[in-house]
Design a protein around this ligand. Structure first.
Ligand SMILES: [Fe+2]
Ligand SMILES: [Fe+2]
Length: 502
């Protein structure tokens, strides 16, 4: 379970522009500090998982952070407010006035500053939204009552001035208090160094932080900071997991994947329910295609997690009604990369990393992030891509309305058939690839229409066979197939038949 949640926490790091492994360092620090404070394994285990799950709630307020308080960039707002101290209102005001929306238009900045300073209930709402989302994720992953309770207190303060319940002192669960100091120390270490971390913890003792824990930290500062202030803490993080270790069964892995799907979809109001819809479509299509049960399970999980990297892109881009700029498209294209990296880090899900990341590839090579031609996409990847496009077409986006089922079906299937038989350079494209793309699209549509009662096709082709065919196509002694538009247009917006940004 630690490997699974620890790996996926990379998505939480990029969602808040934190230095990678932030969640891992915080969990490790909380456990090591708790051990030196004399706490038992059960309390340490709660603190460990609270630190991992706490950042899942960050997207619960992303829409408001972007559009009400953040001049379009929720990630920058979150990063800005991460170091803010409610016990230092003057410092917080100075931080907001000088840094909020920096680089943006002056008018938008002024409006954002006025809103965040003039809206007294924003902080409380923010805290409540984060807590609600975190608790929901803890329930979905069956983490137990103590972890859920600690997550509900994640925005509380030792002096009782926190949110949402204004808990004070030891009424705040110890797991939350350990996380608080881990969070503050890690932010200070990565941004200002070890001395600043010790000074900040001491300054916040009795206000935001538990003074007894700060004393323990100060007494062991050198060894504790040496543990987390290193190039990578992955191995130490795994070794520090309190016993007994939580294991991730197949069912629990599904629960975690589904929870992270909601985490990704919660990012924007336009994408609620998207990943779960893609997962169901892809799994049904796999069944209709006669794939093995394990492939169906993999496609469902890849559907849940294919857009995990979406949290790395500011909401101002996802929610933009107009055309995206080249720079904005670059950030959009990178979200598939981050999905792949997060899955790669989560060892139990590593085999799905490339499949999930291929959900934005297109048969004509105009997709992202690798811009692979259709011949290099396995059958499962083509099914997932078709399910993703179909699901997205059925959903409204800021730049277009949702299509009904017939229009979406027509659009998806036309995407495969309308492709010119010749490339821009006049070379003939193989028919085989066109048929494969269309078949994947048809499977996705059929699986949607059949509502789960999918008839087996007359002819089936195992996934492995499709992969071997791809490998044959790219043997070194044969010229590689042309990749249309790839060289010219890599940095440009994919045109045409790909009507979806996501
Ligand atoms: Fe996506
Ligand atoms: Fe998607």
């Amino acid at each position: 379970m630690a490997e699974l949640l620890g790996g996926l926490s990379l998505a939480c790091d990029v969602a808040s522009a934190n230095v990678p492994e932030k969640a891992l360092r915080t969990a490790l620090f909380a456990v090591e500090l708790g051990r030196r404070h004399g706490l038992g394994e059960a309390e340490l285990r709660d603190a460990y998982y609270v630190s991992l799950l706490r950042f899942l709630g960050c997207v619960g307020f992303a829409h408001e952070e972007a559009h009400v308080y953040g001049a379009g960039d929720d990630i920058a707002t979150r990063e800005l407010m991460a170091m803010a101290d409610d016990g230092d209102p003057l410092g917080t005001v100075r931080r907001i006035v000088t840094r909020l929306g920096r680089g943006g238009a002056l008018g938008a900045r002024a409006k954002a500053v006025a809103r965040i300073l003039g809206d007294g209930v924003a902080v409380a709402q923010h805290a409540a939204a984060q807590c609600d989302a975190s608790i929901r994720f803890a329930e979905m992953t069956a983490m137990g009552q103590p972890v859920a309770r600690a997550l509900s207190s994640i925005c509380e303060r030792w002096d009782g001035k926190g949110h949402p319940a204004h808990l004070e002192g030891e009424a705040i669960p110890i797991a939350s208090r350990l996380h608080h100091i881990g969070d503050v120390v890690d932010l200070a270490v990565t941004r200002a160094g070890r001395d600043a971390a010790v000074a900040m913890a001491k300054r916040r003792a009795g206000g935001q932080l538990d003074p007894a824990l700060v004393r323990t930290f100060a007494a062991h500062a050198d060894e504790l900071l040496a543990i987390i202030d290193s190039a990578s803490v992955w191995d130490r993080f795994l070794a520090a997991e309190p016993r007994p270790h939580l294991t991730a069964s197949e069912a629990r892995t599904d629960d975690v994947a589904r929870a992270f799907a909601h985490f990704a979809d919660l990012k924007s109001t336009w994408t609620l329910g998207h990943s779960t819809g893609v997962a169901e479509l892809a799994a049904r299509a796999a069944k209709a295609a006669g794939l093995a049960e394990s492939d169906e399970r993999d496609l469902r999980r890849a559907g849940w997690l294919h857009d995990l990297g979406r949290v790395s892109v500011p909401n101002g881009i996802w929610d933009k009604p107009g055309k995206l700029t080249v720079a904005e498209w670059e950030r959009v294209r990178m979200h598939a990369y981050w999905s792949e990296r997060a899955l790669w880090q989560a060892r139990p899900l590593r085999p799905l990393a490339q499949l999930a990341a291929a959900s934005h590839e297109r048969s004509d090579g105009s997709g992202y992030h690798r811009a692979l031609p259709g011949g290099m996409l396995a059958r499962a990847a083509r099914i997932l891509a078709a399910a993703d496009v179909y699901q997205a077409i059925r959903e409204a986006r800021p730049h277009r309305p949702a299509r009904d089922r017939d229009a979406a079906t027509k659009e998806l299937l036309a995407g495969g058939r309308r492709r010119p038989a010749r490339s821009r350079r006049g070379r003939r494209r193989p028919r085989r690839r066109r048929r494969a793309a269309t078949k994947a699209a048809a499977l996705a549509v059929r699986s949607h229409r059949s509502r789960g009662r999918c008839a087996a096709p007359r002819r089936t082709r195992p996934l492995e066979q499709a992969d071997r065919r791809c490998a044959r196509d790219f043997r070194q002694d044969r010229p590689a197939p042309r990749r249309p538009r790839l060289c010219k247009d890599r940095s440009r917006e994919p045109r045409r038949r790909c009507p979806v940004r996501d």
